[in-house]
Design a protein around this ligand. Structure first.
Ligand SMILES: CC(C)(CO)C(=O)C(=O)O
Length: 362
């Protein structure tokens, strides 16, 4: 059993950034229906029903204020016939849990007949994959849809925002120890925490975005989820990247869980620390203020905890594509644009890109 609890320094929510100028009355009125509809049933579509997708779909369902349609691919038949078995330390045991509707694709008539207020994207973030996530979403995104990204990495919002500039996007930093070890059976142990915030693309009205974030947070909170709202969600994403760009990558290269890597590789701590400091330097160059002691706190915490297999290692073991672009490719490109040297991240990017290529060859 692999357990991981995320240390407090990683979870501490920053104080809100400076208040934005107040909207005029007329602008506020325009968005009043969002508040007036507060208790209306939300139509929610979940793309991807693995560990993260299943647990947060269940959570939204438990709010009794959301009707869940799920798009399933590999587990479509199993979920359609039997529902999902979910054993969740946070939300309880469900044998089975059934979404309102199960569909096999976003373009199927059963999927497109509904207008969704929220679409949850919980698939792996693979910007290089075809069809792109934006293309998969296109048939089900309508004028009033808010797109919620529950994915790892940085820069993940850009392609979605480019495809749907008028739709609010909620970006989420998810800490969830949950996996689908066999088709349709999901296990989630102690860790459950999500930090959410609006993605400001300069097009979507900021009051509308704030309302959509608040409503989504409320839905999760009602169900008992551990949710926090942070206006500086990008800082949260970079903070999480400290862990993902170091432990995910070294554990995957060595095919070792965190503890085995730390205990058997003589310079493990030095490797992790250098990697985290590179991520910190890029994040500083972007103007995010992650406390520097976060690095040592994360190392101390991870070394003092049990064996844990990061998601990237699980992907490699399954022979699936790994999130190399969003955990390493985007950060190294951003580093380059800002003149920040990242030799360790660059070399991990090269090595893991090669591994991804080999996985694609089968
Ligand atoms: C934080 C953690 C460990 C679980 O959500 C993760 O992001 C991963 O395994 O990739």
């Amino acid at each position: 059993m692999y357990l991981l609890c995320i240390p407090l320094p990683l979870l501490v929510v920053n104080p809100p950034v400076a208040l934005k100028p107040r909207l005029r009355w007329a602008d506020q009125l325009e968005y009043l229906p969002q508040t007036a509809n507060k208790l209306a049933m939300e139509e929610v579509l979940t793309l991807g029903l693995g560990g993260v997708g299943a647990v947060y779909s269940l959570a939204l369902d438990l709010s009794k204020q959301a009707r869940i349609t799920t798009v399933c691919r590999s587990n479509y038949q199993v979920v359609k016939d039997n529902g999902l078995t979910i054993h969740s330390d946070s939300f309880g045991k469900f044998e089975p849990w059934r979404p309102h509707k199960v569909v096999s694709s976003t373009s199927s008539p059963e999927a497109t007949e509904t207008e969704y207020s929220y679409i949850l994207v919980t698939t792996k973030a693979l910007p290089e994959a075809t069809p792109s996530t934006a293309d998969i979403l296109r048939p089900v995104v309508s004028k009033n849809t808010t797109i919620v990204l529950l994915q790892n990495g940085v820069g993940i919002e850009d392609p979605i925002s480019a495809a749907f500039p008028e739709n609010p996007i909620i970006s989420c930093s998810v800490y969830l120890s949950s996996s689908q070890f066999s088709s349709g059976v999901i296990t989630q142990t102690a860790l459950e925490r999500v930090v959410i915030g609006g993605f400001d693309n300069g097009v979507v009205n900021s009051m509308l975005l704030k309302n959509r974030v608040a409503r989504f947070a409320e839905l999760l909170r009602v169900s008992g989820a551990n949710v926090a709202v942070n206006d500086d969600i990008q800082m949260e994403r970079w903070k999480k990247l400290l862990w993902n760009a170091s432990y995910n990558t070294y554990c995957t290269v060595t095919m070792m869980d965190t503890l085995t890597f730390c205990e058997t590789v003589p310079n493990a701590t030095e490797l992790i620390r250098t990697c985290m400091n590179e991520v910190l330097a890029v994040s500083n160059a972007l103007g995010h203020s992650i406390p520097p002691e976060t690095v040592e706190n994360l190392i101390k915490f991870t070394m003092g905890n049990g064996k844990y297999k990061p998601s990237m290692l699980l992907d490699r073991e399954r022979g699936s594509q790994m999130e190399v672009e969003v955990l390493l490719g985007n950060p190294t490109r951003i580093a380059k644009e800002h003149g920040v040297p990242t030799p360790i991240l660059n070399s991990l990017y090269g090595i893991l890109s090669a591994e991804n290529w080999k996985l694609r060859q089968g």
